[in-house]
Design a binder for this molecule. Structure first.
Ligand SMILES: N[C@@H](CCC(=O)N[C@@H](CS)C(=O)NCC(=O)O)C(=O)O
Length: 253
């Protein structure tokens, strides 16, 4: 007999999470939360996918409580839970959550790809931002904006790295170094197709005004700026950024 997966629920797991039917997202509307909120909203438009949500307040550190660490030992949001699996199946790490949802629900490959080379390209850009963009962007926001102590070395180091990463995305979208026409999206043949690679990247970069990066610095990335506007215009993206994900839920109810 195959070994059983451990139970992900404790006695004090909030009932709204433990008893949720099907997909459940534990989130807060931060850039990481918004990545998965966007894909769920897009899947709702195309396939009628349904899910429920618990919005938490990470400033209370509820994500470090034992019941939460059973769902995600990393103690961070978002966490996707598939209660339709037996036993219920938790997914941590935003890019893994995007891939899980795309594999399970995007049957017509509207936001993902079939061809193995296109799949690889999509994962390359998804991982690029996950590993080489988001961690630096987070450090810039911490050192340049949130931290009371201003450490010039850290601000300069992480801002320069973030600008370098923006330059990589600009290179990709502009087509400068590949003798190709500008692209609309990060992955896929031709101009590319809007996919989980864009969804995993957009919610961070659209925050560039909150990093201390100037408009003049940002003017070096015209294709990246157009890409930001193109994605922002989508109704599902608007909903994912909206009030639906702003009110913190009472975990006792
Ligand atoms: N690599 C993780 C990062 C998740 C993450 O950093 N989440 C932040 C919110 S944007 C969080 O939960 N912070 C609370 C904490 O660190 O305790 C992912 O992609 O899922």
């Amino acid at each position: 007999m195959a070994p059983q997966r451990p139970s992900i629920y404790a006695d004090d797991t909030p009932p709204r999470i433990r008893d949720a039917k099907g997909l459940h997202l534990i989130t807060q509307s931060t850039p990481n939360g918004q990545k998965v909120q966007i894909l769920l909203e897009e899947l709702a438009d195309v396939y009628g996918v349904e899910w429920t949500t618990t919005v938490i307040d990470i400033s209370t550190n509820v994500q470090k409580q034992d019941w939460f660490l059973r769902l995600n030992p990393n103690g961070r949001i978002p966490v996707l839970i598939d209660n339709a699996q037996s036993p219920p199946f938790p997914v941590m790490e935003t890019s893994a959550e995007l891939v899980y949802l795309a594999e399970k629900f995007d049957a017509r490959r509207v936001f993902s790809f079939d061809d193995p080379l296109d799949v690889s390209e999509c994962l390359q850009w998804l991982f690029f931002w996950h590993g080489s963009g988001a961690p630096y962007h987070g450090q810039v926001i911490h050192f340049a904006i949130l931290s009371k102590e201003k450490v010039p070395y850290a601000i300069t180091r992480f801002t320069n790295e973030l600008l370098r990463v923006f330059g990589v995305l600009e290179l990709r979208l502009s087509g400068y170094n590949t003798d190709s026409a500008p692209r609309a999206y990060l992955a896929g043949p031709g101009k590319g197709t809007y996919s989980i690679a864009d969804m995993g990247t957009w919610p961070w970069i659209k925050l560039w005004q909150f990093t201390g990066i100037t408009e003049e610095q940002m003017s070096d990335f015209p294709h990246l700026l157009q890409w930001l506007d193109r994605i922002e215009a989508r109704p599902a993206v608007q909903r994912a950024m909206g009030d639906k994900y702003k009110k913190v839920d009472n975990l006792k109810l």
